[in-house]
Design a protein around this ligand. Sequence first.
Ligand code: GLY
Length: 389
Amino acid sequence: MKDITRRKFCAAALAGGVAAGAGKAFGAALPATFSEAAQPQQEATRQPGPTTGKRPTIISAHNGLRHLDAGMAVLRSTGDTMDAVLAVVTPVEDDPNDNSVGYGGLPNEDGVVQLDACVMHGPTRRCGAVGAIERIKNPAKVARVIMERTNHTFIVGRGATQFAIDQGFEPMNLLTDKSRLAWLAWKASSSKDWRPGLDAPDFNKQLAELLDTPERQAWAPWIKQVVAHPPTGTINCLAVNDKGEMSGVTTTSGLAWKISGRVGDSCIIGAGLFLDQDVGGAGSTGRGEEDIKIAGGHTVVEMMRKGMSPSDACLEALHRVVHNYDFDKSRLKMFDLQFYALNKDGAYGAASLWSSSGNGQPLTYAVHDGTEAKSVPFTPLFQGTGGDY
Ligand code: GLY
């Protein structure tokens, strides 16, 4: 990176505390430049995670909050960290009302739900991943089977579905009535061929016609939202037991209305998830393409290996995304991305590119540090709301 580029980037983007963390990552060569340049432009409200942790601890994306108690119960009984993270994400995959993961996840442009997931197991230093799998609602469990029963690490597409069926997974239709109707509304919004013909008497009423019961009518605001702003959703979960053993998982239905066969970061070891038993683990939610370009999960773990706190390590990964756009906020504003990190001592942290969701509420993630499951705000890099490009 040229010196001038780095100065411009830091001046505009970084908070003082953030810059202090980033200084460690970019080396001691330019610490003065970082702090001097960053002072006038602070944006992020610094909310560092704890520097010393507790064990056992589990962290996840916000949609795992209700299930952290189940994960903690596993850690307390058998201590198996892989069972614990799956105890958190499996009910989210099973939930028809979570439209970003598993059953009920929003489909691709062909109306087919394609799921991505991966797992990493610290003690045995193994991993498994599955991409664009269809008709199987628990891709995280399939990723575990790939890890435990095959000599491969990553199976995709038709082969992945057939593999899962051969291993005893039950195939099913992953579209719910709600996700099917949302897809039809998206088709109608994107192609005139999927709207009533010009000769139809009720030409302008296609959405109203689809939503023909009170229950379906209640879905209309949500359908309009996901048609206009295709979500990426996802759940990442990381766990450490009382001995310091770790596991991680990330699972998703990916970007709504994607091109068939598109896989995001959630099944990419090193992007949507990375874990090194010597250091800790990290995962991601949000726009997978940006995460893949910086190998985000791996970046976060390597920053922790160099001594960064989990929060600072997550911010460092976000700095790299910002750098990829040369700090062009008009484009950065069009997406969001979050990183989660847990080290082997139980210290945790998470950072988001933007601070708040569409309704202006602070973005949060979920933590259980042995006492209770709670929501914790991300450390944001920028104040404001990112889009769903
Ligand atoms: N992070 C989920 C995806 O981009 O597919």
